[in-house]
Design a protein around this ligand. Structure first.
Ligand code: BT5
Length: 263
């Protein structure tokens, strides 16, 4: 498991600030509090256990103590508010890369924010941003990555749809976890939204790594509506383009169920 000492030396080598907590309610809540207090870009909070880990839309993130990478990062970026979904995609893609390159997992992106291995959820990303006066003040991105769980460590209602790196046969030693975090944060630290073409590059990378494309899906939108269709593409804002019986529809934010395999 990551810990106080390994996180500190990792942060020193990357030149960033980091806080370790053996136990906390939510690393996202901690990172938001740090951001409100002026914490710099790339400040990291990681924990061994969360007692109130959160998912999107009021849902919870469940992980037994010591089982998972539970980490939140403060991003101070001058990205435009309408491009925040792309930042979330970018973070999920860096996590896919780290799982692939360091843990040798065939990880992929399930739109918009899940990392899956063969349709089972390995990790989730939770972005929470503060926008004031039409500009992004900060973004906190939290990630929960299942590392050491066995099947019985998942609550029954998510067991079938969840997996861990250990269950997929990966090396989940402390050293591998440190390498994964270093890989992920190094990629993330290169993020420069001032660079022309970054948004197009994120969408292009998502197209290559997104297992949702080509699938028949049922998308639930934020207003509770449902749209069914075949996921054809991602639009320039990272929205999912669906071919439906009524024509093309873009789901800008929401979530999807894959209703049947590709092909
Ligand atoms: C997410 O939400 O997938 C984002 C999860 C982010 C968690 C991290 S942990 C560090 C940081 N601090 C926090 O407080 N949160 C972040 P969502 O798409 O809403 O998915 C949540 C749903 O995934 C739940 O309702 C369950 O169905 C399922 N789930 C919960 N725990 C899981 C787990 N360990 N593995 C797989 N699925 C899980």
């Amino acid at each position: 498991m990551l810990g106080q000492d390994s996180l500190r030396s990792l942060a020193q080598s990357l030149g960033i600030e980091a806080v370790w907590k053996d136990e906390t309610r939510s690393t996202n809540a901690d990172a938001i509090a740090l951001a409100e207090g002026g914490a710099p870009d790339l400040t990291v909070v990681a924990a061994g256990h969360q007692t109130a880990g959160r998912g999107r839309l009021g849902r919870s993130w469940e992980a037994p103590p010591g089982s998972s990478l539970l980490m939140s990062i403060v991003l101070r970026t001058d990205v435009r508010p309408e491009r925040l979904p792309l930042v979330s995609l970018l973070v999920a893609l860096h996590l896919v890369d780290a799982c692939h390159d360091v843990l040798a997992l065939s990880a992929a992106l399930k739109w918009p924010n899940d990392v899956v291995v063969e349709d089972r959820k390995l990790a989730g990303v939770l972005p929470e941003a503060k926008v004031s006066g039409g500009a992004v003040d900060y973004v906190v991105v939290g990630l929960g990555l299942n590392l050491r769980q066995g099947p019985e460590d998942f609550p029954p209602e998510i067991r079938l749809g969840a997996t861990s790196a250990a269950l997929e046969g990966a090396d989940v030693s402390d050293a591998a976890e440190c390498d994964l975090v270093t890989h992920f944060l190094t990629e993330l630290s290169a993020f420069e939204p001032g660079q022309p073409g970054w948004a197009e590059a994120v969408v292009e990378s998502a197209r290559h790594n997104c297992v949702t494309l080509g699938r028949d899906v049922r998308a639930t939108t934020l207003d509770g509506g449902a749209v069914e269709g075949r996921a054809r593409d991602l639009d320039p804002s990272g929205g999912l383009v669906l071919d439906t019986a009524e024509g093309a529809r873009v789901v800008a934010f929401g979530e999807v169920q894959h209703v049947r395999p590709a092909g």
